[in-house]
Ligand binder design. Structure first.
Ligand SMILES: NC(=O)c1ccc[n+]([C@@H]2O[C@H](COP(=O)([O-])OP(=O)(O)OC[C@H]3O[C@@H](n4cnc5c(N)ncnc54)[C@H](OP(=O)(O)O)[C@@H]3O)[C@@H](O)[C@H]2O)c1
Length: 292
């Protein structure tokens, strides 16, 4: 990892807008290479590298925050109004500074339901859920902004502190079986490392504005849960058929089961040459197991 980001260093200042699960991981990693990383949160924090940004109440960062910024990564989902919270509040500001790169974390939900078939960046998005229509609109807003933006479409994100182990520990796991249903996923470390790899090799790689970051092996949720129970040395509860479990699921949980797709990473991993750290859920979950 050390030489990965050798072209990134002290001269680079990153603004990470929305410092939740991915933003925190990214900020910690990029700082290891000597970059400055300031992170936003909706509430005050004691962290000197954190500033307040909340599009809902108009709290925007002061001018000083933007001094010398070279890179911006937005991890903030669409607002309730379906618009992008960052562009709604900060577009002019961002357009008036000289940015080398802007990253936007989006979702593979924009592809909609492919009935289990593979889908790539070269396929037309076909959103099904209302939230995915909003997300596609946000992607379009970013592209129309004229900023040097790269959009990363992400499937289910997991990593230490947010994985099936945590769901089991919190007694929130539901073992649901639905014929032929699969999900794609990605470990948080691969999101960060893939982005750093692309930045590192920016001058030698063809620029692609939209890139999926997903692992090699989409699979059923039951396989993942079974693997976690095996690692824990516990017996997995008996699966419930989706049709029976459905009525107890929240509308958002239900909606995830209404889409079935395999997300291709060929552009990132074959064309652009990124090597996944966690190419499947087994390797990724072992990392979570050892770090939880
Ligand atoms: N979770 C998944 O499996 C998944 C899958 C695909 C794509 N994604 C998308 O990928 C992105 C990063 O995911 P994540 O899991 O790292 O997200 P996360 O942990 O939920 O973090 C989202 C961040 O956005 C900030 N935020 C939300 N609304 C805001 C607003 N109106 N104004 C300012 N800040 C706001 C939150 O601020 P606070 O820190 O103050 O809460 C938080 O820091 C998100 O857009 C997410 O929707 C997630």
């Amino acid at each position: 990892m050390k030489n990965l980001a050798s072209s990134l260093g002290e001269k680079n200042k990153f603004l990470i807008l929305g410092c939740g699960f991915c933003g925190t991981f990214f900020a910690k990693t990029i700082r290891k290479f000597g970059c400055t990383a300031l992170t936003s949160s909706r509430s005050e924090s004691e962290d000197p590298n954190s500033f307040v940004f909340n599009s809902e109440n108009g709290k925007v960062p002061n001018e000083k925050i933007f001094d010398g910024v070279t890179h911006v990564l937005s991890c903030i989902p669409p607002g309730k109004n379906g618009k992008d919270p960052v562009l709604g509040s900060l577009k002019n500001k961002l357009q008036n500074i000289t940015l080398e790169w802007v990253g936007y974390l989006s979702t593979t939900g924009v592809y909609g339901n492919t009935k289990g078939n593979w889908v790539s960046e070269f396929d037309e998005p076909n959103p099904f859920q209302n939230r995915s229509h909003k997300r596609l609109n946000c992607e379009k807003e970013w592209i129309a902004s004229g900023l040097p933006v790269q959009i990363f479409r992400l499937p289910g994100i997991y990593g230490p502190g947010r994985s099936t182990f945590d769901t089991i520990r919190n007694q929130k796991v539901r073992v649901i079986s639905k014929k032929d249903q699969i999900f794609s996923r990605i470990h948080v470390a691969d999101i960060t490392n893939a982005i750093i790899y692309l930045l590192q090799n920016k001058n030698s790689l063809k620029f692609h504005q939209i890139i999926n970051i997903a692992d090699d092996e989409p699979c059923s949720q039951i396989e993942v849960i079974q693997y976690c129970y095996d690692l824990l040395g516990l017996k997995m509860p008996k699966p419930i058929l989706f049709e029976d479990a459905k009525k107890e699921l929240s509308p958002i949980a239900q909606s995830f089961w209404m889409e079935n797709r395999r997300v291709s990473n060929k552009l990132l991993c074959e064309t652009l040459g990124y090597k996944l750290i966690y190419k499947n859920y087994k390797i990724g979950l072992k990392n979570c197991f050892l770090n939880s």
